[in-house]
Design a binder for this molecule. Structure first.
Ligand code: SAM
Length: 253
């Protein structure tokens, strides 16, 4: 029976085989690797992945799709909301230290998924995600660019990232209203030792009024934290590189 795409689950199914092959090549899966796919849907990526891997763990929320997926013995199906999946427990169950996580993500919850995975980055080898291109532009933006903001700092602190592929709307059924792209995210080996909540707060305060110089936004907050070090507050939030936010949060931690 034909599956009718469900908007509430962000269902835009990949149909372009050239793009599917390019994504699988970018992931470069090797037989036996512990790959976890978020949102396998109708298996556009799952099928070529499992052909190379032998088996794969998939996380699918849509019950009707999960029923179909369970018919395939080479799939380890987790029927759940990915935001409720504990990836540490999953790695433990699979008996591996780190997982490779992939997926053409439901765009309506892409940021919560990114932050959920950041909480268990210690069990992640790498991530390859299809997302709205505009979101990836913000993730990988450098200081000084108009795309540079909270998302850039919070993710670049923890991951090395690159945009690996552009994907136009016609590659999907139904086509989304936006352009898409695929990002590769590799956790950094040794990020600065800092309290992530503090970095989050610092970045939120700094970018609360991105047009103002930091003296007017961050100045008071730093005073409250008892910061006595050297930090140029004559700049705007978007001019400060990630490593400086990182160093400041580490000094305050
Ligand atoms: N991988 C398929 C493809 O590329 O054609 C489907 C991608 S579609 C953009 C997103 C998939 O994520 C759908 O299968 C949808 O049912 C599933 N999904 C949506 N919300 C989810 C959630 N919270 N947890 C797990 N899967 C979810």
């Amino acid at each position: 029976m034909k599956h009718i795409p469900r908007k509430r689950f962000g269902q835009n199914f990949l149909t372009d085989h050239g793009i599917i092959d390019a994504i699988v090549d970018a992931i470069h899966p090797q037989a036996g690797e512990p790959v976890v796919e978020i949102g396998p849907g109708l298996m556009a990526l799952t099928q070529p992945l499992v052909e190379r891997l032998g088996k794969i763990t998939v996380i699918e929320l849509d019950r009707d799709l999960a029923v179909r997926l369970r018919l395939r013995p080479e799939l380890d199906v987790v029927e759940s909301d990915v935001l409720k999946v504990d990836f540490r427990v999953l790695a433990q169950r699979l008996g591996v230290p780190r997982l490779r996580v992939v997926g053409n993500l439901p765009y309506n919850i892409s940021s919560p998924i990114l932050f959920h995975l950041m909480d268990c980055v210690d069990v992640v080898q790498d991530q390859h995600f299809m997302l709205q291109k505009e979101v990836i532009d913000r993730m990988v933006a450098d200081a000084g660019s108009s795309d540079y903001g909270r998302l850039s700092v919070m993710l670049q602190w923890r991951y090395a990232m690159e945009n690996v592929l552009f994907v136009p709307p016609e590659s999907f059924d139904p086509p989304p209203k936006v352009n898409s792209a695929v990002v590769r995210m590799v956790p950094k080996a040794e990020p600065a030792a800092l309290n992530p909540q503090l970095l989050e707060e610092l970045v939120r305060v700094a970018f609360s009024q991105r047009r103002k110089i930091l003296r007017n936004t961050l100045g008071k907050w730093l005073e409250e934290k008892g910061f006595a070090g050297d930090f140029d507050l004559q700049r705007r939030a978007e001019e400060v590189p990630v490593r400086e936010y990182e160093a400041l949060a580490a000094a305050l931690s």
